[in-house]
Design a protein around this ligand. Sequence first.
Ligand SMILES: Nc1ncnc2c1ncn2[C@@H]1O[C@H](COP(=O)(O)OP(=O)(O)OP(=O)(O)O)[C@@H](O)[C@H]1O
Ligand SMILES: Cc1ncc(COP(=O)(O)O)c(N)n1
Length: 268
Amino acid sequence: MTVVKALTIAGSDSGGGAGIQADLKTFQELKAYGMSVLTAVTAQNTLGVQGVYPLTVSQVEEQLDSIGEDLKPDALKTGMLFSAEIIEAVAKKIQQYDMNNVVIDPVMIAKGGAKLLQDEAIDAMKKHLIPVATVVTPNIPEAEAITGLTLNSMDDRKEAAKRLYHLGAQNIIIKGGHGEEKEVIDLIYDGETFTQLINDRQITENTHGTGCTFAAAIAAELAKGADSLDAIRVAREFIQVAIEDDLHIGSGHGPTNHWAFQSRRAKV
Ligand SMILES: Nc1ncnc2c1ncn2[C@@H]1O[C@H](COP(=O)(O)OP(=O)(O)OP(=O)(O)O)[C@@H](O)[C@H]1O
Ligand SMILES: Cc1ncc(COP(=O)(O)O)c(N)n1
């Protein structure tokens, strides 16, 4: 049996809907062996974030050394990185251990408004992390923060994607969850071609961790050898059914259903 290994470098969400918990559940469902490097602990539930406790740079580096020296991942994704110092350390270790298939989810603010990345870290993200990205997955506000553009139209999103490409990412996907359209439009750019993935927008409160889950699914598919566009297409299907078959847990923004994708396949 060939085992593929996927790594998440992210924060912990005690509520289990986002962060490393969402990533590991997604890896498992997509049959990739999951590993994690923790960058921060959050006290969090469906109502919001009650506390944010970053780890030290050396604690993050030590975990990356443990992985790098023994368990080379076939793909990795980054999520909440919190500070410029952690971003720089992560980018350096990705290069030191020659890790490939790198999905960067530039997490900045939780759905409830809590800051998961310090403002001054955005420059480090642009300089150190986006250049090593196989795929970068900003939502609309994150794409605005990175490029300095205001994204009102699809043409604005295309311009932002081009700028992210010029920062060094190989593939860009500007996610449409925060868009105004009736449908959700995710815009993909590979330096030559724009592709739009258009899906039904679900009217639900239960979208906590959608970005984490989506990026983790892309990483799992890249780990299995898919090319970027095919990996994004599978991840899009994974997140669509995870939102459609939501679990109704907690009294705020609930998590998505990480086993919906496999449950539906089992029924076919
Ligand atoms: N209401 C919705 N219905 C269908 N798909 C959605 C909906 N909201 C988000 N998505 C999809 O989920 C994925 C993540 O998009 P989104 O824009 O929510 O990212 P995000 O804001 O980074 O997520 P989060 O911060 O919750 O982790 C995208 O593929 C997007 O199309
Ligand atoms: C540890 C961690 N990482 C990422 C998110 C973003 O997810 P959301 O925007 O759905 O709150 C989060 N809330 N917590």
